[in-house]
Design a protein around this ligand. Structure first.
Ligand SMILES: CCCCCCCC/C=C\CCCCCCCC(=O)N[C@@H](CC(N)=O)C(=O)O
Ligand SMILES: [Zn+2]
Ligand SMILES: [Zn+2]
Length: 522
């Protein structure tokens, strides 16, 4: 570039391009600044004129409060542990059935309630409504729990229901005996107060949810299908109220699960010739498999943040984030890739951003001086809403990329459909109102359940399935689920009963109020 005229032209050109780029970036930021969401969905609900129905108040005596907590503790003390579909504690499940009859005599004696045992240990209740033209809804919970061992570091024996500092400790206090007992306790009190629902509803209590619900939930669904039941909506466990769980989120938020991730359980195996360890090959079956597993861990599934219901979570909560997160969450059209990357940095929020890959089992070898003929690993993936099981399997194949590694899909399903969460969605709005009636200080947002629930078996019975329990989770509490020191505060358990008590009555309206739209400011 010897000619100075050419150099000057080039400089002018480069400066022009830079200026244009700067203008575009400034314009984008200007638009982004102006476009700050305030999706105050709570406001509309408060303004709406809800149909008035005959209601009873949730006023329990001190004696009833003690009895309510004692019933719950008794439930926690029964070790209804599921180890595998063929290894469940049937003795405990039968004892649990007896406890239900003892704890809720009014429910079992009421002429409004039909009760039946399904698949030997699950329970199905039908509570008759006075207006058969109102489409029924269903509440789900499960009786079984995952194993727990005190030696893992519990502060109290996991089946003791011991009270420490106003918390009840025990396996199942968060997953999911608080819902089982909370729902039936609410119904017991409602019936005791002479309440008669207008809208009929079902209560399903599964006995093998922790091992996929293939007996309890699947047979309950079969029965309901034979009876041509269609549900207005269904509520199961899943998400909860988070308070101080997500950094930068100011105030508590109730996340109402509108879908759940898909799942894949994949077996990887390598077979090589056995032989004497004194004459090993360059690569063993264990080494080949370990390298494949490492490749899967080093190459996580793509970040898909913003393409599933998690986008709705951030849009609904945007105004509750502190700056600069509020700015990012308010403008996902621009910043979704950045927010996705930020979420992917942490173990629990990563689950909201992508399909997760967890290597959960690894076996190989039989003796120290024998070359292992087989090595196998199990990988459990939870599939993001915007991805399919087939896409995930294709990615696993290409990442493993080694013909010697056999890849088998043992079990899997696509992500579940996304339930409605609009202003006209009966289930979503009734649940939101019920949450706000009990916890007026929370912001309600749709969410994605990163684990699976029995509700997935019900997808032909209800277009709208929600996953939420009114558990008040502080930082670290989510890790107690399936972990150590699972616990719930006595106050929270009472609020749970209050929530179902309110919800059942709120469901009695015929339809949503005409105008209860939220305020959208851009
Ligand atoms: C971006 C927001 C971050 C907020 C963090 C929220 C933390 C979520 C907390 C809890 C999730 C609790 C999940 C409870 C449901 C558990 C159901 C379960 O264990 N299912 C088993 C068995 C099955 N049915 O398949 C499972 O393996 O998924
Ligand atoms: Zn559960
Ligand atoms: Zn569980």
């Amino acid at each position: 570039m010897a000619d100075p005229r050419h150099r000057a032209t080039l400089l002018r050109y480069v400066r022009g391009v830079c200026l244009a780029l700067l203008c575009v970036i400034t314009a984008l930021f200007a638009v982004a600044t102006v476009r700050t969401f305030s999706l105050d969905v709570n406001a509309g609900l408060h303004l709406a004129r809800w149909e008035e129905t005959k209601r009873v108040g949730f006023d329990v005596s001190q004696r009833q409060r003690e009895e309510m907590l004692e019933n719950f503790k008794e439930a926690v003390r029964i070790p209804t542990v599921s180890h595998s579909p063929t290894d469940i504690n049937t003795t405990a499940l039968l004892a649990f059935g007896r406890l239900l009859r003892k704890a809720f005599p009014t429910v079992f004696a009421s002429s409004l309630v039909q009760h039946e045992v399904v698949a030997d240990y699950s329970h199905l209740f039908w509570v008759q409504g006075s207006q058969p033209d109102l489409v029924p809804y269903m509440l789900l919970a499960h009786i079984d729990v995952v194993p727990a061992s005190e030696s893992d570091g519990w502060d109290a024996p996991p089946f003791s229901a011991k009270e420490i500092d106003n918390f009840i400790y025990g396996r199942g206090t968060l997953d999911n005996k608080e819902c089982v007992m909370g729902i039936l306790q609410a119904l017991e009190y409602l019936l005791l107060k002479g309440y008669k629902p207008r809208r009929g509803f079902y209560i399903g209590l599964g006995h093998d949810e922790e091992v996929s619900g293939l007996n309890g939930a699947v047979n309950t669904v079969r029965l309901l299908k034979q009876r041509n039941v269609q549900l207005s909506f269904l509520l199961d466990e899943g998400l909860l109220v988070i308070d101080g769980v997500m950094k930068g989120l100011d105030g508590p938020a109730a996340l109402l699960g509108v879908s759940e991730k898909g799942s894949a359980t994949v077996k990887l195996s390598v077979t090589t010739a056995p032989g004497h360890s004194s004459m090993p090959p360059r690569e063993s079956s264990i080494g080949i498999l370990a390298a494949a597993v490492k490749r899967l861990e080093d190459n996580p599934m793509p970040i898909m943040f913003g393409q599933g219901p998690e986008r709705g979570t951030f849009e609904h909560l945007a105004h509750k984030f502190i700056l600069p997160l509020r700015f990012l969450a308010s403008n996902l059209w621009l910043f979704a890739p950045i927010v996705g990357r930020l979420l992917a940095l942490k173990q629990d929020t990563n689950a909201f951003a992508r399909t997760t890959t967890a290597v959960t089992m690894f076996n190989g070898g039989v003796k120290v001086n024998v070359l292992p003929s087989v090595a196998e690993a199990y990988v459990n993936l939870r599939i993001h809403s915007a991805q399919s099981l087939q896409e995930v399997m294709d990615l696993i194949d290409s990442t493993v990329g080694d013909q010697r590694v056999r890849v088998e899909l043992l079990d899997g399903f696509d992500p579940l459909p996304i339930s409605s969460y609009s202003e006209t969605s009966f289930g979503f709005q009734i649940l939101k109102k019920s949450i706000l009636d009990v916890f007026p200080q929370v912001t309600v947002a749709p969410g994605i359940c990163v684990a699976n629930t029995d509700s997935r078996h019900y997808k032909d019975l209800a277009a709208d399935i929600y996953r939420f329990a009114p558990i008040w989770a502080k930082a670290g509490d989510a890790q107690r689920i399936h972990g150590i020191n699972e616990r719930i505060s006595k106050k929270n358990y009472e609020d749970m009963v209050g929530f179902y008590f309110t919800l059942i009555q709120n469901c009695d309206i015929k339809k949503l109020p005409e105008s209860h739209s939220g305020v959208h400011e851009f």
